[in-house]
Design a protein around this ligand. Structure first.
Ligand code: UDP
Length: 362
């Protein structure tokens, strides 16, 4: 008999484990993980001194001091600042959308000139934006939408921007300063020993079972409290239907050159190139070695055997999720994290939601 069974060894349960142990060192915690490693999709593997983000770029950023202090107590963070660039048919632009982007796009220098152009272009949207396309044009105008948003977003989500919820694009800042920092948050960085080591520390003192699908062994274990961070529809054996997810394929390559692209993240925003971005891992940790490792990221529809990376929070899926959520109220299990709550969480928000849960269960 355990005090807690935590299903899934990602950031949500790692935060729970750490907080539970901080409050009660003797708590008996069992962690059951389907895959053969800890850390979920923030898993990093050190190859040739480079921490490779095996499941895509993870840059930690938050505005919340409590969250920042929490992670820094576990791991030292570097000063990485995400400043991706976008490649569109031979042209290169800074992201997020800022004066560097606008100046390159329209050959202008002054803030007012950028504002004037965007004001003019956004006039095409007169009503309240109803989808991602309208939202994007009303934020930055048609030129930027066509070159830097449309192709990328339609590759990423596998459907037209007109059929996507507008909130997705609100993740991206728009600013009228020459500031290429992708995130608005006060704190930002990457653990200097990699995310995997950080997560391992967070699970210190827990019993860990890898390579095990909890749903197949659940009768074998019992606990006062069970937290499940897998897909909520899978937990209920899809009895109300399947939620949709977006998946990714990663193509990793080691190159015998010192630097491939001079930046950690390059987005490929045209529809004709099948991948959305190339990340060059050594730039996340400022590693000085003679070789480099890059990953091309290809979005894919989710099907069995692939990893679900993103929930698709459109109306249809959201409604189905709400029905599963209702079902979960009769279950003696708590659902957490991106998959358990079908929510496009950033890492800091995952930690905050785990903090909330700790208040209720410990
Ligand atoms: N996006 C875009 N062009 C870009 C980068 C992002 O249009 O070059 C849009 C796209 O719709 C994407 C969303 O912004 O789905 C969120 O991007 P973010 O980089 O935050 O996504 P994540 O890192 O979570 O995959």
């Amino acid at each position: 008999m355990f005090d807690y069974i935590l299903v899934g060894a990602g950031l949500f349960n790692a935060t729970l484990a750490r907080c539970i142990k901080n409050k009660n060192q003797n708590a008996k915690i069992l962690v059951i993980e389907k895959r053969n490693f800890l850390a979920g999709n923030i898993y990093t593997e050190n190859i040739d001194s480079i921490d490779v983000h095996k499941y895509g770029a993870h840059i930690f950023h938050t505005n919340d001091k409590e969250v920042w202090d929490f992670v820094n107590e576990i791991s030292e963070f570097n000063r990485f600042t995400n400043s991706p660039i976008a490649y569109y048919k031979g042209e290169v632009y800074n992201l997020p959308f800022n004066m560097n982007t606008f100046s390159k796009m329209w050959n202008i220098f002054k803030i007012d000139d950028a504002k004037k152009i965007i004001e003019e272009q956004r006039k095409e949207i007169v009503e309240k934006p109803q989808n991602l396309e309208e939202q994007a044009i009303s934020l930055v105008g048609r030129d930027i939408y066509e070159k830097l948003i449309k192709g990328y977003t339609e590759k990423q989500w596998g459907r037209p921007c007109k059929e996507l919820p507008s909130f997705i694009i609100n993740r991206l800042p728009v600013r009228y300063t020459y500031d290429n920092n992708y995130f608005n948050d006060r704190y930002q960085g990457i653990p200097i020993d990699g995310y995997t080591n950080m997560i391992k520390k967070m699970f210190d003192g827990c019993e860990i079972v890898l390579n095990t699908d909890y749903l197949k062994v659940k009768n074998k274990y019992s606990a006062n409290c069970i937290v499940y961070t897998g897909c909520i529809d899978e937990y209920f054996d899809y009895k109300l239907g399947r939620l949709e997810y977006r998946s990714l394929k990663f193509e990793i390559e080691k190159l015998n050159i010192k630097d491939y692209q001079g930046n950690a993240v390059v987005n490929y925003t045209e529809a004709e190139i099948p991948y959305t971005r190339i990340i060059e891992h050594k730039h996340f940790n400022f590693v000085d070695v003679d070789t480099t490792i890059i990953t091309r990221e290809y979005p894919l529809s989710f099907r069995e055997g692939l990893e679900p990376f993103y929930p698709i929070n459109d109306d249809k899926n959201q409604k189905l999720y709400e029905e599963y959520k209702n079902l979960s109220k009769n279950e003696n299990v708590i659902f957490g994290g991106r998959l358990g709550q079908y929510k496009y969480y950033d890492m800091d928000k995952v930690i905050l939601s785990a903090f909330d849960l700790v208040k209720r269960i410990v």
